[in-house]
Design a protein around this ligand. Structure first.
Ligand code: ADP
Ligand code: ASP
Ligand code: MG
Length: 443
């Protein structure tokens, strides 16, 4: 069986929901994971934020506006009276519930419940639509099987057992529809897999049911060699290895949630990226095979903080690095890049929740300098550190202030730390040099 996941744009309009139906109803049984309709999760996050700030009237106005938008979508999508009434009642109940949230005290749990509604709405609407079109579809509530544990990792045993049980209870269904993104935490409260998490839901399910393939259907024709939001003339890659895709996703390629690759890599399940609006395009196939030479793709991750830690004894004494790492370990803060010299170690983090405490602890035995608003630019490709063209990269970026370089940590990755204000220029210059061979390299 295959798992198909459709993102926000793919389910974002009645026309696109029709595309989703045409793609998924192909005579083969499958699981279909849906995101919220595009814009909905952002709207719900904003509603939650206005409630947190005590602006109840604004929250109520936003909720009513969203409710109206959904009412007209339901009328456009469903011509069958009974189904339309049933879905309208469901939608109105969700919005009634949201209105009652507007007067409650804000909490993390309330926030999580509010943002969960996007996926609940899209899947309920799409299930009714498939029923109207005569498709035998069953809705599997994600909150009945998707759970993470105390370390925020998927609780694979629980997920497998429960999704199998639910699927077995409706064996006649051709399409099993479920919500991406939302899940329960270890104590059974509503939470989620972080923004963009529906991709991750799809591969977690793929692993749980040992799928033949997981397909991520989105609004672009596959994984591009650079970020199309910032660079012109990027092109789709026909193939990537799990490691390459995982590295690019981790370092900011928005097309995949950073964790997406892990569940399918472990079981060697192919992962395919496809365009809902252009299904005939090849897309990108992600497997365990590595091919090609040199730099294959570039991604960038913002929100990085660089920390330089200098030993007060001038030379990096024995045990110094251990002490540094222990501080980050204690506050569960992972380190992305690291470089060392005789007197200092520089490293980067993206989670600054405990930054102040970390700095205080480091200052017990070191001097500490912190720079924020940094970005990591990540270049990925098969054996790129040995490729003859690679060293020229540094000339291409000679006008950019490169703060750190990680070269050789893996044969397939080079990471550069730059100020976020230099990110655009860096990505564009690298694109011209790497993929168009036209960069101005001063020799
Ligand atoms: P969905 O809502 O379907 O999950 P996303 O917006 O999360 O879609 O991801 C698709 C978007 O990711 C594309 O429209 C594109 O702007 C952006 N993106 C960033 N980097 C890449 C890349 N390397 N390749 C393709 N798309 C990328
Ligand atoms: N709806 C969620 C979000 O916007 C999850 C997803 O789209 O994957 O982040
Ligand atoms: Mg996404």
């Amino acid at each position: 069986m295959k798992v198909y996941k459709f993102g926000g744009t793919s389910v974002g309009s009645v026309i696109n929901m029709n595309h989703v139906k045409d793609i998924s109803v192909d005579g083969h049984k499958k699981v279909v994971v849906l995101s919220a309709m595009s814009g909905t999760t952002n709207a719900l996050v904003e509603i939650s934020e206005t409630i947190r700030q005590g602006e109840h009237d604004t929250a109520i106005a936003h909720i009513n506006a969203l409710n109206e938008a959904y009412n007209s979508r339901v009328s456009d999508l469903l011509s069958n009276n009974d189904l339309r009434n049933e879905v309208s009642n469901y939608v109105n109940d969700i919005f009634k519930d949201l209105l009652s949230n507007a007067n409650q005290n804000h909490s993390e749990l309330l926030h999580n419940k509010i943002v969960a509604n996007g996926e609940l709405l899209s899947t309920y609407m799409f299930s009714a639509f498939l029923k109207q079109e005569g498709v035998n579809a069953a809705l599997l509530p994600a909150l009945d099987f998707m759970r993470i544990d105390v370390t925020n990792e998927p609780d694979n045993f629980y997920i497998k057992k429960n999704i199998e049980r639910l699927m077995a209870s409706t064996p006649e269904a051709d399409i099993y529809i479920t919500q991406g993104f939302i899940c329960l935490d270890a104590i059974g409260q509503v939470t989620n897999l972080q923004r963009g998490g529906s991709d991750y839901t799809a591969t977690i399910i793929g692993a749980a049911i040992d799928a033949d393939e997981v397909q991520i259907w989105t609004d672009i024709d596959g994984f591009h060699n650079n970020d199309p939001r910032f660079v012109n003339d990027t092109r789709a890659l026909s193939h990537l290895s799990y490691d390459e895709a995982a590295e690019l996703a981790y370092f900011g390629a928005k097309i995949l949630h950073p964790q997406t690759v892990m569940p399918v890599r472990q079981l060697d399940i192919p992962l395919r990226l496809k365009n809902t609006m252009q299904p005939e395009a090849h897309g990108t196939l992600i497997t365990n095979k590595t091919n090609g030479e040199g730099i294959k793709a570039i991604a960038a991750k913002d929100g990085i903080t660089a920390i330089k830690i200098k030993s007060v004894r001038m030379l990096l004494a024995h045990g110094f690095l251990k002490k540094v790492f222990e501080v980050f370990e204690r506050y569960e803060t992972s380190i992305d890049m690291i470089t060392t010299s005789e007197i200092a170690v520089s490293l980067t983090i993206d989670n600054t929740t405990h930054l102040e405490t970390i700095i205080n602890e480091l200052e017990q035995f070191a001097t500490v300098e912190v720079d924020d608003f940094m970005s990591i630019i990540c270049l990925v490709g098969n054996q790129i550190i040995y490729h003859p063209d690679t060293p020229q990269l540094f000339q291409v970026l000679q006008d950019v202030n490169v703060r750190m370089i990680a070269y050789g940590g893996s044969n397939n990755n080079i990471s550069l730390l730059v100020n976020t204000s230099d990110k655009l220029e860096s990505l564009q210059k690298l694109q011209r040099y790497v993929f168009e061979g036209t960069a101005e390299v001063a020799l």
